[in-house]
Design a binder for this molecule. Structure first.
Ligand SMILES: Cc1cc2nc3c(=O)[nH]c(=O)nc-3n(C[C@H](O)[C@H](O)[C@H](O)COP(=O)(O)O)c2cc1C
Length: 204
């Protein structure tokens, strides 16, 4: 049975447009692959703490030198990483907030980027260590910025840095412009999802 990790970050939880599109993707995945085991991490409802100097020092301390407090920070980060590694499919639902990803998602990323755990440096540069996952990213925006916007570029760069370098991106834009703009954009993304799972598309 495929294991799916749904990471949602909308302030509106499951009612966010990004979350609803992610759900649609998971429903279609289930129609194609049969029963799924889905785990949801709601970063708005259960925030990951912001990175502080203390937390960062805990993450880089040598295992044998960690205090009990530092160990609990590492355990927390390890659990987030184990959850990612356990998934076959990872689906991110990402609103645009103030031209970027939600702070809640950034705080989560700050606990995933661990040298020697999720990436390492080689003579050819950094290499991500979380490999072999199917990844889909659903971005929801009030305005129209296009797929080349820095928010998308940042997500691509970060995910690729930890090894998730084959992500499919879906953009629902113009959601705050008018009812018509919102409905057209959401319908277009729903259609893209349907196309993803068409047998001849052969990508899912
Ligand atoms: C705090 C906040 C900041 C926002 N900033 C932007 C922005 O910079 N650009 C934009 O296009 N839309 C912005 N929006 C609109 C959201 O991107 C839009 O409502 C989108 O649907 C949010 O995703 P969600 O429906 O999954 O929550 C903002 C919304 C909120 C609540």
């Amino acid at each position: 049975m495929k294991k799916v990790l749904r990471i949602q970050t909308s302030l509106f939880g499951a009612d966010g447009q990004s979350s609803k599109l992610a759900d649609r993707f998971i429903e279609d995945l289930q129609k194609t692959h049969g029963e799924l085991r889905v785990v949801t991490r709601d970063l708005a409802a259960e925030p990951v703490p912001a990175l502080t100097l203390e937390r960062f020092q805990a993450l880089i301390a040598k295992p044998e030198e960690r205090s009990a407090e530092q160990q609990s920070v590492v355990d927390f980060s390890d659990a987030l990483i184990a959850e990612l590694k356990a998934a076959d499919v990872i689906v991110f639902a990402v609103p645009m907030y103030n031209f970027n990803i939600p702070a809640a998602l950034h705080n989560y990323f700050d606990h995933l980027a661990r040298a020697g755990v999720t990436f390492h440096y080689t003579a050819d540069g950094p290499e991500g260590l979380i490999k072999g996952k199917q990844v889909a990213v659903f971005i929801a925006r009030g305005g129209n910025y296009g797929e080349g916007h820095s928010q998308t570029a940042f997500l691509r760069q970060f995910l690729s840095f930890i090894g998730l370098d084959d992500a499919a991106f879906f953009h629902a834009e113009g959601l705050a412009i008018s009812d018509e703009s919102r409905e057209m954009s959401l319908a277009a993304v729903r259609n893209e999802i349907t196309e993803t799972f068409r047998p001849q598309a052969n990508v899912a």
